[in-house]
Design a protein around this ligand. Structure first.
Ligand code: ATP
Ligand code: MG
Length: 506
């Protein structure tokens, strides 16, 4: 195969190459520069015109073409005008097979030929023991048939962020990832699904052959799935953080109720049972109204009624069942599509709080090592991780973002607006699966907190098409360009391809 171009000048992170006239360089394209003992993997991050003709003469020629309809040709056009590409080195792969790839530290030779990348050039990226499927390797817009994985145990427990403009394929990506995870045993997932698009959709996870690996909780369950009901006695005051902003006196009164009445605290709030300290009547009134409203409770003067999913005499095992399923490496999808934002966060907080407690207990007991890692899929993450929200106080999701990895619990946070999330939390999310991001400030927030240097990838990120991603991760050798397949095609190929695509499943 012939060269696509030649390196002609530049500096370490900014090499310049001339493109062969019959070839076409593309933004994000991977190219190989070979030396005697190593191959260097390079990536195009910018394209520009080059010309042997001076700027003034170019203006003259274009003027004559436009105004006079004549064209001046005084040199072979292939030699005269050309395309230049700016490249950066991603990694150096020694030809001696025993040596490991390493970050590039030297310049490729002057006039090095640039070759199109091929599958075997990147065979140093192998499938890890606990694979987290990302998609296929991509060179520009060309997809190489080389599935890429991260070490899922590490990646999931150290948090994953999926930032992208609306409609670029965030949900599709997470669906693919979950589908492949259902064939593995190293991770359990809690999916808080505000659009009911993950399980009960066409196509959806309900079509997965490993039925017992995926559980679905909904207020309107499908045959064979579980009903989303909670017992009122399982609700604690801290489940409300994130869903409701309490003032300091309100917080104090809430914990006073909890301290005095324990699991009967909600009834005490509704009946306005007396507390030991005096609280302002208004404070107690607000608490009562908000708690009843969020839990859809009514009081008829004699009895408490539940109009929602928080029941007096049902749902006692829901949370324990969900936590157990996740610790058994199952995927639990919770359909919160019927609720408003605050109710949804309350439901998510309840399950997540108890899940986190269970993992903390496992650590104390010494069983954490043998327990699958847990990850919580959170759509529109700034609702609970946004700077403004966190200024008002912590919630379970921000706690997990800060210290979850010590207990093997991570977040898989999805957002269109990463810039709303505090920098420290963004930097803590050690894997970012970046799809197309149109807005500059959003790209900036991601580039500044990425695990690899993406300072030259601003244009590439802006121009990512649906399903095209760049994965930056502490657990990847370099920022991986990836194409995420359309979920429909994964589901469709399952029958003819079960063996190859889902090892471990019959
Ligand atoms: N990998 C892909 N290949 C081809 N088309 C895709 C791919 N991913 C997504 N699409 C198309 O784009 C549409 C939107 O995708 P998706 O719902 O995943 O976007 P999103 O980022 O989750 O959007 P939102 O911000 O609205 O939630 C899909 O319905 C699908 O048709
Ligand atoms: Mg979506």
């Amino acid at each position: 195969m012939g060269a696509k171009g030649l390196i002609i000048s530049g500096s370490f992170g900014e090499l310049l190459a001339r493109q062969k006239a019959s070839e076409e360089f593309e933004l994000g394209e991977l190219l190989i520069a070979e030396s005697a003992d190593a191959k260097t993997l390079m990536q195009v991050y910018d394209l520009l015109y080059g010309s042997q003709v001076s700027e003034q003469n170019l203006e003259l020629i274009s003027g004559m073409t436009l105004e006079e309809g004549t064209s001046l040709e005084f040199m072979d056009p292939h030699l005269r005008n050309y395309t230049l590409a700016k490249l950066k080195s991603l990694i150096t792969i020694p030809k001696e097979s025993k040596k490991k790839y390493k970050a590039s530290k030297a310049l490729p030779g002057f006039f090095s030929e640039l070759l199109e990348v091929e599958k075997q050039d990147i065979n140093f990226i192998t499938k890890p023991k606990n694979p987290l499927f990302l998609g296929d390797m991509r060179s520009g817009s060309k997809v190489l048939e080389l599935p890429l994985f991260l070490d899922g145990k590490k990646a999931l427990s150290h948090h994953v962020l999926v930032p992208a403009t609306t409609g670029r394929g965030k949900s599709n990506l997470v669906k693919c990832l979950l589908w492949k995870l259902a064939a593995e045993d190293y991770a359990g997932m809690l999916v808080l699904d505000p659009h009911d698009e993950y399980y009960n959709a066409e196509p959806g996870l309900k079509q997965h052959p490993a039925k017992d690996k995926i559980k679905y909780y909904s207020p309107e369950p499908l045959p064979g799935t579980d009903s989303l009901v909670f017992n009122l006695k399982d609700v604690t005051p801290d489940h409300f953080s994130g869903a409701v902003d309490w003032s300091t006196p309100q917080k104090e009164a809430l914990s006073a109720y909890w301290k005095k009445f324990g699991k009967e605290w909600i009834e005490a709030v509704v009946l306005e049972k007396p507390l030991d300290n005096k609280y302002h009547e208004g404070t107690l009134g607000v608490i009562r109204r908000r708690v009843m409203d969020l839990l859809s409770l009514t009081w008829d003067g004699e009895k408490l009624h539940s109009d929602g999913i928080f029941k007096l005499n049902a749902g006692a095992s829901t949370i324990t069942d969900i936590v157990k399923a996740i610790m058994d490496a199952k995927i639990v999808v919770v359909d919160t599509s019927g609720f408003d934002g605050r109710e949804e966060i309350l439901i998510g907080s309840m399950i997540t709080t108890e899940l986190f407690k269970a993992y903390k207990r496992a650590k104390t007991k010494g069983t954490l090592k043998d327990t699958p890692v847990a990850s919580i899929v959170l759509e529109e993450a700034p609702r609970v991780l946004g700077r403004e929200v966190l200024e008002k106080g912590r919630n379970i999701f921000s706690t997990i973002a800060r210290e979850g990895r010590k207990f093997n619990v991570g977040l898989l946070a999805i957002t269109q607006l990463p810039s709303l999330i505090p920098r420290q939390i963004l930097a803590n999310m050690n894997t970012k699966i970046i799809l197309g991001i149109e807005m500059k400030p959003e790209r900036q927030a991601i580039i500044e907190s990425a695990a690899q240097d993406l300072s030259q990838d601003d244009r590439a990120i802006a121009s990512l098409d649906k399903g095209e991603a760049i994965v930056t991760s502490n657990f990847a050798p370099f920022a991986l360009p990836v194409y995420v397949p359309l979920f429909d095609t994964i589901v469709e190929t399952r029958r003819d391809n079960t063996q190859r695509a889902y090892p471990g499943l019959g």
